[in-house]
Design a protein around this ligand. Structure first.
Ligand SMILES: [Zn+2]
Length: 432
């Protein structure tokens, strides 16, 4: 069992230290590491900047480190010990030892509207533009809410978009009259791929609009949205009006503020999950969540960001399929008492949430990382055959360990409240 030092990204959409679970976990991870190895050197934490993402994994942008008398990057450590799954020939070379990246997100301000390329497109983007597309890997991702979370995901039913266009001339102006006219006259008569093309045409026109027109549309819409936020009889209208106002307040004049009206606005309650497939537009709006993805940082952005936007690539990759908001989120499967398993439709990863009353034994089927989110206890682990790492460690909020295939592990709760932790592991091929 290998204790890990983890790190955090301090993006500007994150939460201030006092309100951030990322900060809380980072700080307690540092304290735990110091307890294990008092002489190890740790850099300072800048508490004046927001805390957005805690990263656990081997991604070169922010790797985790194995805590020994000195720190060793997890990737280097796994390579040196030749720890690599034998049946992972389907993985890109760079992610063979740990194909997933586990994160905790603390969201204060809406993230960019984005999509992730599939494997073929990721390889092409990386070849042509390695600066903006640092990985040759795809990035399917799954989020599980820790608090109530708001997310934009996939396009709304086109009838809803028709309604928005018919209700607000400002949205028609923002999308351009030619595209709007084509959309409104054709939408009820075409099906399948032609429906997708119609939506694509509308979105392309909106994202290609001049800043002057977008600005005028947003300023004319704002007073209407303020009224509808407080007095509309339709709950959907109230929700979207509130969203529009918040996005404007956070991001100013940005076509993404208008685009948000075309996307599903979903609320996840704690424990509910969302799988984000390749080529689907999405943006996290608020809340705190655990996220797991394949080891990649490839993001194609469309709006609500000051970072690199790539609208042509985005328009070419999006499926433009309508998503039913009811079918988008899912609950995990209870696999044993207090253990909920979230299985996405990809091979690289699976996630378990565990609320532990007393103690639990389990065998590690494939390399995994365990991150304690709340509580206090201890963890015992024995590797079969080769003895490596520590056997017994204190296990509390912010503790994080890497466990190897075939080890036997016991986690024990030492407090009166549930011990709450998550386990991220490679999905078993035979289960896939
Ligand atoms: Zn994403």
């Amino acid at each position: 069992m290998f204790p890990l030092l983890v790190n955090a990204q301090q993006y500007d959409w994150g939460r201030p230290a006092a309100k951030s679970t990322v900060y809380k976990l980072l700080k307690s991870n540092r304290g735990w590491v110091k307890e294990l190895e008092p002489y190890v050197e740790l850099g300072p934490i800048d508490e004046t900047r927001p805390f957005a993402e805690l990263w656990v994994g081997t991604h070169p942008s922010l790797p985790s480190f194995v805590v020994q008398s000195s720190l060793c990057s997890l990737e280097k450590f796994l390579l040196e010990h030749n720890i690599c799954r034998p049946d992972n020939t389907w993985l890109p070379e760079s992610t063979k030892s740990l194909p997933f990246l586990l994160k905790v997100l603390s969201i204060q301000k809406t993230l960019s509207i984005q999509a992730h390329p599939d494997l073929t497109l990721a390889q092409k983007l990386h070849r042509n533009n390695p600066k903006n597309y640092p990985d040759e890997n795809h990035k399917p991702e799954m989020a599980v809410a820790l608090t109530t979370c708001e997310v934009l995901y996939g396009f709304r039913k086109l009838e809803k978009i028709v309604m928005a266009l018919q209700t607000h001339e400002e949205i028609r102006d923002a999308c351009g009259h030619e595209a709007v006219e084509l959309f409104l006259t054709q939408v009820s008569v075409v099906a399948g791929e032609r429906r997708h093309l119609l939506l694509r045409n509308l979105v392309a026109s909106l994202l290609g609009q001049s800043q002057e027109i977008i600005s005028s549309c947003i300023f004319r819409l704002l007073p209407k949205m303020r009224v509808s936020k407080s007095s509309s009889s339709n709950i959907d209208d109230m929700k979207y009006s509130d969203l529009f106002i918040r996005l404007y307040e956070q991001h100013g004049i940005d076509s993404g503020v208008i685009l948000s009206l075309f996307l599903n606005f979903i609320t996840l309650e704690p424990g509910e999950a969302l799988f984000i497939a390749a080529n689907e537009p999405h943006a996290y709006v608020s809340g705190e969540l655990v996220e797991i993805m394949s080891c990649s940082d490839n993001v194609v952005r469309a709006g609500l960001t000051s970072k690199h936007k790539d609208v042509p690539t985005l328009l070419n990759m999006l499926t433009f399929e309508e998503a039913d908001p009811q079918n988008v989120k899912f609950s995990g499967k209870v696999v044993e008492n207090g253990v909920v398993c979230y299985t996405p439709p990809v091979n690289e990863f699976e996630l378990e949430f565990v609320h532990l009353k007393s103690s639990r034994n389990f065998q590690v089927k494939s390399i995994c990382v365990v991150l304690c989110l709340f509580g206090y206890g201890k963890i015992y682990c024995s590797c079969q055959g080769l003895k490596r790492g520590s056997d017994l460690l204190p296990f509390k909020e912010g503790s994080c360990v890497c466990l190897l295939e075939n080890s036997l592990c016991t986690i024990e709760n030492l407090s009166s409240k549930d011990l709450f932790y998550c386990v991220a592991h490679v999905r078993h091929i035979q289960d896939a």
